[in-house]
Write a protein that binds this ligand. Sequence first.
Ligand SMILES: [Zn+2]
Length: 247
Amino acid sequence: MRGGAIRLFSVAGIAVYLHFTWFVIAAFEVTSVAKRYSNPIWGVFEYLALFAIVLLHEFGHAFACRSTGGEVDRIVLWPLGGLAFVRPPPRASAQLWSIAAGPLVNVVLFPALFAVLVALARLRMGLHSDALQFSGSLFTINGVMLIFNLLPLYPLDGGQILRSLLWFRLGPIRSLEIASGVGLAGAIALGIYALYRSSIWAGILSFFLLSQAAAGWQHAKTMRVDEDVACKPAPDDPRLHAPSSER
Ligand SMILES: [Zn+2]
């Protein structure tokens, strides 16, 4: 256990944790998903497959980060998806590759899942109706995950890709200010949508995005203060005392 998460297994030194809230939401989700199938067990398969795709996406981030010389701590799965705790080196290119590799996994899965769907549709047998529904759901889930993650709203992958691209021209601080500012605006817009549609999911997501974008904004401010401090000589800087000590 670690912060309410259970350690499931580890791959190449990367530990995978499952947050306890996952089980609570899984119970609700599986019940509603199962209605789409003639045999409700497919609802369980679909929910597990959703998180298998999430896990592959997170491993994309983790292995890419490691390839840049960065550190990978762990992957935590929770009801809103997954979080890979990665620390790529502070270079724009390393950040860009570590972030882009996650959605790239979904890009690779896109034609593979489509091929399976087409193959099953060609069989067109009553026996395979649940399998066909399952395959169609996975194709849709992967596509939605790809599009959603590419929204340019920090801290979503799209927002972090935007930040890395801006970093090449504007440096680490200004790029983070702009990306987290766009993320804050997007989170507020999603919050208004959540209130308008009375959507609990959109509300939770908007709260998560808002807090993370605000943390990004705050981090940029701290970096700027640190930079200013580093540029000004400290009061006990030996260079300041040099003339007097030479006397
Ligand atoms: Zn991602």
